[in-house]
Design a protein around this ligand. Structure first.
Ligand code: NAD
Length: 496
């Protein structure tokens, strides 16, 4: 019987009868691996009720208790990384090593959340006026929700729920319907760690349940990560309902290589950042910008490295790059390469011709496309596949202008040996995450992750201190106690 993938509500797996279902594929084999049951407004409402009930005590649980549960969760995650990685690889297609890497980045957010008693500390000012003290507190919001994309089925949810739960909220996760199984493992392990039933829930589904989340009056805040058109829609609709919302969108990350750069290091970086996880990373490098005479020697080095790249099944030892997530997505990405060729770009390495692309799985080899110009669809659209576009720039000014003219602004990187060029880049670039000789500058868990422009709708980034702020509401208390040393009653605004 086909594997049935259900929800996780109130501390147990729920598989309702008669729900709509969608097939979940093993993209490496091109076969159905399971069926995911899709939630609806009624199921979501039942999850919100359970979450809200659990919140009544979890929201008041002592900090030490919350921290202890996070520590226990951390240990369990560590022990189960292999299992989580296998579940990811099976439905996403990425290599098991890459999947384990993503689970580890998620685990780092749990480690950050273990320190919640320190991070959730507030401020206190004694004697702001005679006999008056003022202090701030941050309180949880209640029931909050996260809606996540297919490309990081463990890490992206873990950008959200460990911090949200550590500060005292209950959480409802709506994972991608393309690779939903990892979310259930994460939920089960959290229960095993001692998290009370109903604090962390998973509701599977598609657009129908997302709309129910956005409109549900019992959900106070929504975190979203996905493509830009959906992020923009989520931001507007959730904000209209009075919810706090952060919506991270798509990306088009550029890597500038200046003539003084170490070209071998830059070529290594371009290959791993351009083709790792088959380019299905929001921080993947999709545009290479060689400056001046850099193009020829750099492209030669990248082409040579691509010949050694092993494309294959993610669960097979030695694979560098797995398939794309669906057949439709693979065909769409291949279509962009064809389109660019038609528009005059030069396809130096053509992934469509790769041996792996001829099999049953959703494979596409790596493509390297030179002489791409900003008016081509390959440049304008987010490709989200193993395609590196090369836009040549005559100097640094032109390169920086190109990056800043792009509507996306998630990450951007520069490769150079010049400190002043790097400083200028850091100051002038509009991207939210900047790499200097680092192609994928994903911030560590105790900093916050997020871009700007069309890559982020809302103000707050995820995890780190901004995550704590997003999932809590601030209050400022001004207090005065009767004190015989301060005679009289003052009916005015206290001043001195
Ligand atoms: P997606 O936008 O298709 O889906 C994201 C989520 O939204 C899923 O849970 C999906 O079920 C839901 N959804 C899809 N269509 C919807 C609709 N019409 N109405 C309501 N909900 C809908 O994204 P994806 O294909 O799963 O993921 C890839 C995208 O995510 C890329 O654009 C990538 O850049 C982006 N991403 C961004 C970041 C970031 O940090 N900025 C991180 C990871 C992924």
């Amino acid at each position: 019987m086909t594997k049935q993938i259900g929800h996780y509500i109130g501390g147990k797996i729920v598989v309702p009868e008669g729900a709509r279902k969608l097939p979940v594929y093993d993209p490496g084999l091109g076969e159905v691996a399971g069926e995911v049951h899709l939630g609806d407004a009624e199921l979501l409402d039942s999850a919100v009720k359970v979450a809200n009930e659990a919140y009544q005590s979890w929201g008041r649980a002592p900090l030490s208790r919350r921290a202890r549960v996070m520590f226990a969760y951390r240990e369990l995650l560590e022990r189960n990384i292999g299992k989580i990685a296998k579940a990811i690889s099976e439905e996403h297609g990425k290599t098991v090593a890459d999947a384990a890497g993503e689970a580890r980045r998620g685990l780092e957010v749990v480690e950050f959340a273990c320190g919640i008693p320190q991070v959730q500390k507030s401020q206190y000012s004694a004697s702001v006026s005679r006999g008056v003290d003022t202090y701030s507190i941050r309180q949880p919001l209640g029931v909050v929700a996260g809606i996540t994309p297919f490309n990081f089925p463990a890490m992206v949810p873990m950008w959200m729920f460990p911090v949200a739960i550590a500060v005292g909220n209950s959480f409802i996760l709506k994972p991608s319907e393309k690779d939903p199984s990892a979310s259930l493992l994460l939920a089960e392990l959290f229960s095993e760690a001692g998290l009370p039933e109903g604090v962390f829930n998973v509701v599977q589904g598609d657009r129908e349940v997302v709309e129910a989340i956005l409109d549900h009056p019992g959900i106070r805040a929504v975190s979203f990560v996905g493509s830009t058109p959906i992020a923009s829609y989520i931001y507007r609709r959730a904000a209209e309902q009075g919810k706090r919302v952060q919506a991270l969108g798509g990306a088009k990350n550029h890597m500038i290589v200046l003539p003084d750069a170490d070209l071998d290091a830059a070529a290594d970086a371009a290959v791993s950042a351009g083709y790792g996880s088959a380019g299905e990373r929001c921080m993947a490098i999709s545009v290479l910008v060689p400056v001046g005479e850099t193009a020829e020697p750099l492209l030669e080095r990248i082409t040579a490295r691509l010949a050694d790249l092993r494309v294959g099944y993610g669960q097979e030892e030695g694979t560098d790059m797995g398939p794309l997530v669906t057949r439709e997505h693979r065909d769409r990405v291949a279509g962009f390469v064809a389109n660019a060729e038609g528009e005059g770009a030069e396809v130096l390495v053509d992934g469509r011709d790769h041996e792996a692309a001829k099999g049953k799985g959703f494979y596409l080899g790596p493509s390297l496309v030179d002489r791409v110009t900003p008016d081509m669809e390959l440049y304008k659209q987010e490709i989200f596949g193993p395609v590196l576009s090369v836009v040549r720039a005559k100097d640094s000014d032109e390169a920086i202008d190109l990056v800043n003219s792009n509507p996306y602004a998630n990450g951007a990187a520069i490769f150079t040996r010049s400190g002043s060029a790097a400083h200028r880049f850091q100051d002038e670039i509009t991207a939210g995450m900047v790499g200097i000789n680092v192609p994928i500058p994903v911030p560590v868990a105790y900093y916050s992750f997020g871009g700007s422009k069309d890559s982020l709708f809302g103000d707050t980034h995820v995890h780190g201190e901004e995550g704590v702020k997003f999932y809590t509401r601030g209050k400022v208390v001004t207090q005065r106690w009767a004190d015989e040393r301060i005679p009289g009653v003052d009916f005015g605004f206290p001043q001195t």
